[in-house]
Design a protein. Structure first.
Length: 247
């Protein structure tokens, strides 16, 4: 669920009496990358000089590369600067999930050599240890940052909706150095992942591979390492946007 708050303010930004350093970025993706670097260093706000600020594209770009559920606030100043702040609800839970994802990823891929085998191990772990949260999916008023929508739901509670599956998978991939992103499509109201292997992009939908009702120890890989043409038979998404993010 996209959460952006945009505000207009006057004057110069001062925090604790000190002016924030200004980051110059040329695109929403560059801005998102800078914000992710800040977040990885426990800094939730940054000041940017950006041409043609597009909060939606900044949010979508950051969501693709940052595995936490979050909301985004943009404050635009008449002097041509924009302050971007990221709020992470249930931050302690999401940090716990990230720490667990690292342990799981290392344990599940021990002794495996190929990237494909490692990805398969992470995919299979998630299928076997998480169930689709039907109750959360059927709620009329959804909180897109509550546990089922985060890696915490998938890895700690063992139940999540598609967002939780996709964020957990990305966290595990990130822990062992596999390039992956989070893909979301509003038309499908669905999320899944893409990974890069030998400079080629493949798609993985862990949620679609975990049928309802849960099938216990049965492993399904129907939506595992699909090419773009293969996935287009069942999915819709802004392919060029996400290809640009993966480089």
């Amino acid at each position: 669920m996209k959460r952006i708050l945009a505000l207009l303010a006057l004057g110069i930004i001062m925090l604790s009496g000190c002016e924030l350093p200004v980051k110059k970025t040329s695109s929403p993706l560059d801005t998102a990358i800078e914000m992710k670097n800040n977040l990885d260093n426990n800094e939730n706000s940054a000041l940017f000089m950006i041409d043609n600020v597009d909060g939606d594209l900044i949010f979508d770009s950051l969501e693709a590369i940052y595995p936490f559920a979050f909301s985004l606030e943009l404050v635009s100043y008449q002097i041509g600067l924009t302050e971007i702040s990221v709020n992470i609800p249930n931050n302690a839970q999401q940090i716990q999930a990230k720490e667990l994802a690292e342990k799981i990823a290392i344990n599940q891929t021990e002794g495996l050599e190929s990237t494909q085998d490692k990805i398969a191990a992470l995919h299979d772990y998630l299928i076997l240890n998480c169930k689709y949260d039907v109750e959360a999916a059927e709620q009329e008023v959804l909180d897109g940052t509550s546990a089922p929508f985060t890696a915490y739901g998938a890895l700690v509670d063992g139940k999540a909706v598609c967002s939780g599956y996709a964020r957990a998978f990305m966290m595990m991939c990130e822990a062992i150095g596999i390039e992956s992103i989070y893909i979301s499509d509003s038309q499908m109201n669905h999320s899944w992942n893409a990974v890069k292997i030998d400079d080629e992009i493949y798609y993985i939908d862990c949620t679609f591979d975990d049928p309802i009702p849960d099938q216990g120890q049965k492993i399904i890989r129907e939506y595992f390492l699909k090419t773009s043409d293969e996935l287009k038979k069942t999915h819709t998404w802004n392919e060029n946007f996400y290809k640009n993010i993966m480089g």
